[in-house]
Design a protein around this ligand. Structure first.
Ligand code: TYM
Length: 334
């Protein structure tokens, strides 16, 4: 608890261009939950270097991502928006937790297997222990809730296991976090191959809608989305392309998939795709407008970065000192 509120932690990588999947699966829920919880939203730049990055591009993207958090509706005066690399406690706690995590557990992580296959020339130890750093992010702030898309559930389960193991040895040190996964939009699929998730790193630009795509591009990508020859708009697994478009439309409009199916009963795919594109644009437009304003105000963003890092550092250090004491590190002499 901080200021009488439960704690929320989540983060996003500043790698590649953010997609509609990131927004609908995570950021949209961040905004909804932000009044109820004391929130920490990190730009996880330390996770990003598990894959080789161009330094100046990473720096630019990290700043852009922080501005997108604000543009999406997170008030930086109320929510702690900060860079992971500005709070050294993340790395320090990750080291300790590494000593409480088994190789076998990390070997089972599907994201590691996927990324290792994709970057076979750079299977570094950081890529392997990536989920431990993620556990440190969450546990450092004693988070009660972690809103994420479905693809991060396995990492969250591991976080809970590590925390429970640690608490089992040392007493109640960590809050055991719960995942928060939205009802619709938790797994947005590629528009070109609905068996794969929509991803920042997809090589086919038509597969993903990016948050900064202009309205015509969004319409074009929706029109080209792969569907099927059934000719009916039904929410079922046999029609993965249509299923995905129903998810997108529902998440953007706040309707349930059932309401969406009713709305488009007997309508054609062409008409439905246009409606999906318009719904997406109505979500992206205010975000893009707000972002354009923020870009002009360098001093404001700099102040947010500085103040929020201090706030995060304060909370993180409290947990870190407790953990360091528990494992037997000598206390600091004041
Ligand atoms: P990242 O940067 O890959 O994705 C950020 C968030 O977006 C969600 N997401 C999706 N949701 C629905 N459909 C999709 N196609 C889709 N693609 C991505 C992700 O589930 C995630 O919630 N390891 C994390 C970042 C992280 C983190 C943390 C998250 C680091 N530390 C602590 C929570 C708590 C990641 O790479 O997310």
């Amino acid at each position: 608890m901080i200021n009488g509120k439960k704690v929320l932690f989540s983060g996003m990588q500043a790698t590649g261009n953010l997609t509609l999947g990131n927004y609908l699966g995570a950021m949209k829920n961040w905004v909804t939950l932000s009044d109820e919880y004391e929130c920490f939203y990190s730009v996880v730049d330390m996770h990003s270097i598990t894959i080789r990055q161009d330094p100046s591009t990473l720096r630019q993207r990290a700043r852009k991502l922080l501005m997108i958090y604000i543009a999406a509706g997170l008030d930086p005066e109320k929510n702690c928006l900060y860079y992971q690399s500005h709070v050294s406690g993340h790395a320090e706690l990750a080291w300790i937790l590494n000593c409480f995590t088994y190789m076998g557990e990390l070997n089972r992580m599907t994201q590691f297997k996927d990324k290792a296959a994709k970057h076979a020339d750079n299977i570094n130890a950081g890529l392997f222990t990536y989920p431990v750093l993620m556990a440190a992010d969450i546990l450092l702030y004693q988070a009660d809730v972690v809103p994420v898309g479905v693809d991060q559930m396995q990492h969250l389960e591991l976080t809970r296991d590590i925390a429970q193991r640690f608490n089992g040895i040392y007493g109640d040190v960590f809050t055991i976090p719960e995942a928060y996964v939205g009802k619709v939009g938790a797994k947005i699929m590629s528009l070109q191959d609905p068996s794969r998730k929509m991803s920042k790193s997809d090589e086919n630009p038509n597969a993903s809608i990016y948050l900064m795509d202009d309205p015509d591009t969004v319409m074009r990508k929706c029109k080209r989305a792969v569907t099927d020859s059934e000719g009916q708009i039904l929410y079922r697994e046999e029609q993965p392309g249509i299923h995905n478009l129903i998810d997108i439309y529902s998440a953007c409009t706040g309707k349930t998939p059932e309401e969406t199916v009713k709305e488009f009963d007997k309508k054609g795919y062409g008409e439905f795709k246009m409606a999906v594109g318009e719904a997406v644009n109505s979500v992206l437009k205010p975000l893009q407008e707000h972002y354009a304003q923020l870009e002009k105000d360098k001093a404001y963003i700099d102040r947010i970065i500085k103040e929020n890092a201090q706030k995060a550092e304060y909370v993180a250090t409290k947990t870190l000192r407790k953990v360091q004491h528990k494992v037997g590190f000598p206390d600091r002499i004041r």
